[in-house]
Ligand binder design. Structure first.
Ligand code: FAD
Length: 305
């Protein structure tokens, strides 16, 4: 119930104004977002890479409504990739891209063209791109763009959301050699017609999807903070004899940092998803919807288990 209310608020500009001016907002944002500027993103990336983690960087922004905004987002990624490469942070750092930020909502071809330019820049920088997945109305379009991008840039990563009923079938389609697939539970408010609603159903779907990906031929990226899913992931890695070069765990910046360090210390590949930029509102509200107690906590560590 609370999750639904927070997710509904994530679309409200009135609530956005209230949240932006609330006294504790700055600390909460700082916990989950690396900073507003490209330099902040680079600094956070350097720290994580020095600690033995891989990184994927997300330039925040999803309400792109004009071609100019989409182009500006593309250009920021091109700049970021050049800076990452110049700082010697590739291939440890890659980028995550939302097609909505590149124009998908009003011109799919423009979003494809922009994503293609980012993939080409990533390729030149010696790293990869992963296409984030947004709400279910965009799934077909995103997978279609992914298929086109993979013709020239086969390492382009996909994201599949275990809460969607269709996802087991999408996992089967995408579990082929060379296919990088991030599996997450899903962060949007979705209707029952397309998505499992209960935690138990979503978790069971996550495990079924993980089984398909881990037993398949692709490169699974298990994106979760859930101790049970992580333990099952470790178990499946043993079953299917997958070493650290054949799958990875992924978690969000600021969430369970000690668990990220533990897994990396045990030799797993762990990638931290690092958002930066000043359009943090939608991202932050999705994080709060997942764990409404977060704002009162100065650090998530006390709640780690
Ligand atoms: P949940 O079901 O939220 O929580 C399960 C358990 O995990 C909790 O009971 C607790 O034990 C532990 N836990 C969870 N959060 C915390 C915390 N803050 N502190 C301590 N313990 C905690 N979603 C999309 O829809 N599209 C995407 O492209 C996408 N990309 C993602 C990329 C990465 C790297 C990650 C990690 C997530 C991404 N997500 C994306 C979000 C994802 O779909 C989930 O909404 C989010 O990860 C929460 O689900 P969960 O599996 O972590 O566990």
């Amino acid at each position: 119930m609370l999750r639904s209310v927070i997710l509904a608020a994530s679309r409200s500009s009135q609530v956005e104004r209230l949240v932006a001016t609330a006294p504790y907002t700055r600390d909460v944002v700082r916990r989950f977002v690396a900073g507003a500027a490209t330099d902040d993103a680079l600094r956070a990336t350097r720290g994580l890479v020095d600690d033995g983690l891989a990184v994927t960087l997300d330039h925040l922004g999803e309400d792109t409504v004009t071609p100019e905004q989409a182009t500006a987002t593309r250009d920021e990624y091109l700049r970021l990739l050049k800076m990452l490469s110049g700082a010697g942070l590739t291939p440890a750092a890659e980028v995550s891209v939302k097609l909505s930020a590149l124009g998908q909502m009003f011109d799919e071809q423009l979003a494809y063209d922009n994503a293609r330019a980012i993939c080409a820049a990533a390729d030149a920088a010696g790293t990869t791109v992963t296409l984030d997945m947004e709400d279910h109305t965009t799934t077909d379009s995103t997978l279609e763009v992914l298929g086109r991008l993979r013709k020239d840039f086969p390492s382009t990563g996909a994201v599949l959301q275990a809460y969607l009923r269709r996802t087991e079938s999408d996992c089967r389609e995408l579990a082929y050699a060379g296919s990088r697939v991030r599996l997450c539970k899903g962060a949007y408010k979705e209707p029952e017609s397309v998505a499992y609603q209960s935690t138990r159903e979503v978790d069971k779907s996550y495990v079924r999807c993980m089984n398909i990906l881990m037993s398949g031929d692709g490169y699974p990226m298990l994106a979760t903070h859930d101790p049970r899913m992580i333990a099952i992931g470790e178990d499946r890695a043993r079953w299917f004899d997958r070493g650290p070069e054949r799958f990875e765990f992924q978690m969000l910046y600021g969430i369970r940092p000690e668990e990220q360090a533990r897994l990396a210390g045990e030799g797993y590949t762990v990638r931290t998803y690092v958002p930066y930029g000043d359009e943090w509102y939608g991202y932050l509200m999705r994080r709060l919807a997942e764990r409404p107690a977060n704002p009162g906590s100065s650090s998530g560590r006390a709640r780690e288990s």
